[in-house]
Design a protein around this ligand. Structure first.
Ligand SMILES: C[S@@+](CC[C@H](N)C(=O)[O-])C[C@H]1O[C@@H](n2cnc3c(N)ncnc32)[C@H](O)[C@@H]1O
Length: 336
């Protein structure tokens, strides 16, 4: 059944800092892929229904968060970690009289089975699989060659740390696909959406990577001002890893439970926009505050993100010069 994994939900509730009000960046990417994906699924579902004679389709959204970016359709199983704010998710759904689907909540890590065998016709996940099941063990150990020093992410600047992240990603992808292969009916679909790096591009060259490194710089400043301890800073790294495109493809092929039906990439719709520092700070705060809070304590969050805005104002990101991540949409078919 479900394996344990570290859990860092997005900011819940509906206040100023909540994920629900600070996820338009992710939503824009998903929306721009939505129509094509929807038509593709409908066509495939027709074929599946002819074959099986089914009248009810079960869809699972893995890592649904609090919305509003989750998929719209049929019987929908909304999965996320148990400490996700499911109340906000269900409270902000349209009333059942206006909804064309029934919904259920499924708490548990998607790095393990969360649903019965052969019960899902279409699985969906967006902006999730870059979240690893845990921080790779040695990256936070000062004596290890894989120690990430004062960096807080896999920015690819320390080779051994990058290797440790990659190993963890490989393990997690394999576990994710194994679990989905058990839950999805033969011939059923699994749709993955999110961001990855183009081959050869390093996280530290992208604007997202620069923002995370800047959060790390702010933490270093806070350590100098004795707002956090050196030991806390040195033992902190975020459990996220953006694979390069061919790495992601390779993991799916290696697993072998699914055939790749479609693997397309697009540029992010906001790619050529100059995102304001307030927008950037709010987006990253909604994503990272729980991971920060868990490690450093809740008092640190306001100060850290205030410092982030100030630093971004002082050293603005040159979006034109940054290398771009790609938005991907992958449709997989469960082998029969
Ligand atoms: C950036 S949010 C994406 C939410 C939504 N799918 C979207 O596209 O806006 C990532 C979500 O994945 C969830 N998540 C991360 N690791 C998970 C795991 N192991 N099991 C279940 N959910 C997980 C987080 O709790 C969070 O809600």
């Amino acid at each position: 059944m479900s394996t344990s994994s570290q859990s860092y939900p997005m900011s819940g509730g509906e206040d100023l800092h909540s994920y629900i009000h600070n996820s338009s960046y992710q939503k824009a990417a998903i929306d721009s892929l939505q129509e094509k994906t929807r038509l593709y699924i409908l066509e495939k579902i027709d074929l599946l229904s002819l074959k099986t004679g089914l009248s009810t389709f079960t869809i699972a959204d893995f890592g649904c968060s609090v919305g509003p970016n989750t998929f719209h359709a049929f019987l929908v199983c909304f999965n996320d970690q148990p400490n996700n704010d499911f109340n906000t998710l269900f409270r902000t759904q349209p009333p059942s009289s206006e909804r064309e689907y029934f919904s259920v909540g499924v708490p548990g890590s998607f790095y393990g089975r969360v649903l019965p065998r052969n019960s899902i016709h279409v699985g969906h996940t967006s902006y999730t699989i870059h979240w690893l099941s845990k921080v790779p063990e040695h990256v936070c150990e000062k004596k290890s060659p894989a120690w990430n020093k004062k960096y807080i992410q896999c920015n690819n600047l320390i080779e051994e740390a990058a290797k440790a992240y990659k190993i963890q990603f490989t393990k997690d992808m394999s576990t994710f696909l194994e679990a989905r292969a058990a839950e999805i009916v033969p011939g059923g679909l699994m749709i993955l959406q999110g961001q990855c790096l183009p081959d050869g591009v390093l996280m530290s060259e992208t604007w997202e990577g620069i923002v995370i490194d800047t959060i790390g710089d702010c933490l270093m400043d806070m350590e100098k001002s004795e707002l956090i301890s050196e030991e806390k800073l040195e033992s902190f790294s975020v459990p996220i890893y953006f694979p390069q495109f061919s790495e992601l493809k390779g993991e799916i092929e290696q697993n072998g439970s699914f055939a790749i039906e479609l693997m397309q990439t697009i540029s992010h719709p906001f790619q050529d926009m100059h995102l304001t520092n307030d927008f950037t700070t709010s987006t990253f705060r909604a994503i990272f505050s729980s991971v920060i809070e868990k490690h450093f304590g809740e008092d640190v969050v306001d100060e850290l993100f205030d410092q982030l805005t100030k630093k971004l104002n002082k050293y603005p990101i040159d979006f034109q010069k940054c290398k771009k991540q790609m938005v991907y949409c992958i449709v997989l078919k469960r082998n029969t």
